[in-house]
Design a protein around this ligand. Structure first.
Ligand code: ZN
Length: 282
């Protein structure tokens, strides 16, 4: 997290409290929705991917506000096998002033933080247009000596740390697939395995039932009706997207819940975009 995002995060929690929102766990939120409780406004805080700084930076703030939160964890983060292309790109642009992305056919000259941010955003946009492109970045990372496993080690909680976090009274852990793949780009059996294997992994590691899911990326190019059916089949009770919106009492599709994104205004949004999201209910 950057300084900007920390102060934004503090600001958001203070604002929610000032405006009379209570921050509740996802389970508490579902109970309130089920009994159509309109006595107060409530919000759910979620973090994606299991970043170390969710614990080192965000957790003390959450504790101060006594705010429960949900963290969605892909297997590849604690096992260090995740294709965290967004971290690789970030490292690539931060560590050099000339960057060639062969798969995109682009050369970037970026010697200051502003041009680095713009170039990074352009490449990230390009991947988001078709998630299969993320694999095309592998030769670029290799050539630059960038190891995604090393970055995973630096950025994500390991299994031991995740086990400790899972026992924290404010924390809930949810699924986020095995490899952080955009499920809609996979064939049915592979997408199902991504969901089921991750759920089994987390249940075995943490010795608790995993009933909530966040679709990786969460947009229409990453998840849709088929993924909702798969999530249900595999045993998830809810799943969140990155579609913007609020929760309403009736006819909520629990397998395609909306979220409101939060990211730093000037920072590296790929890393930030998933870090803090609020699901709102009214
Ligand atoms: Zn994610």
């Amino acid at each position: 997290m950057t300084g900007t995002s920390v102060s934004l995060f503090e600001y958001l929690l203070n604002w929610l409290q000032r405006e009379g929102w209570s921050i509740v766990s996802l389970d508490e939120c579902l109970e309130r929705l089920a009994r159509n409780d309109q006595s107060s406004r409530y919000a759910v805080l979620t973090f994606d991917d299991g970043y170390r700084d969710n614990v080192s930076v965000a957790l003390p703030i959450l504790e101060r506000h006594n705010a429960p939160f949900m963290m969605y964890v892909p297997t590849g983060a604690p096992t260090r096998s995740m294709q965290s292309w967004w971290l690789g790109l970030r490292k690539l642009f931060l560590s050099r002033d000339k960057v060639a992305i062969d798969a995109l056919g682009r050369q970037f000259h970026c010697s200051d933080i502003r041009s680095k941010t713009l170039a990074l955003a352009e490449v990230i946009r390009w991947v988001h247009q078709d998630y299969r492109r993320s694999a095309m970045l592998a030769p670029t990372f290799k050539q630059a000596g960038i190891s995604l496993a090393t970055l995973n080690d630096a950025y994500f909680l390991d299994e031991r740390e995740l086990g400790i976090l899972a026992r924290h009274p404010l924390a809930s852990i949810g699924g986020h697939t095995t490899s952080h793949a955009a499920l809609a780009t996979l064939d049915g059996p592979s997408a199902r395995a991504e969901l089921a294997d991750n759920r089994a992994y987390l249940e075995n590691l943490l010795q608790r039932s995993i009933r909530h899911l966040a679709y990786p990326y969460g947009g229409p190019r990453a998840c849709g009706l088929r993924e909702e059916h798969l999530a249900n089949d595999v045993g998830f009770q809810t799943a969140v997207t990155t579609r913007q919106g609020q929760l309403h009492e009736h006819k909520m599709n629990h397998l395609a819940l909306p979220r409101i994104g939060f990211s730093s205004r000037s920072g590296f949004t790929a890393r930030m975009s998933g870090i803090m999201e609020a699901v709102q209910a009214r």
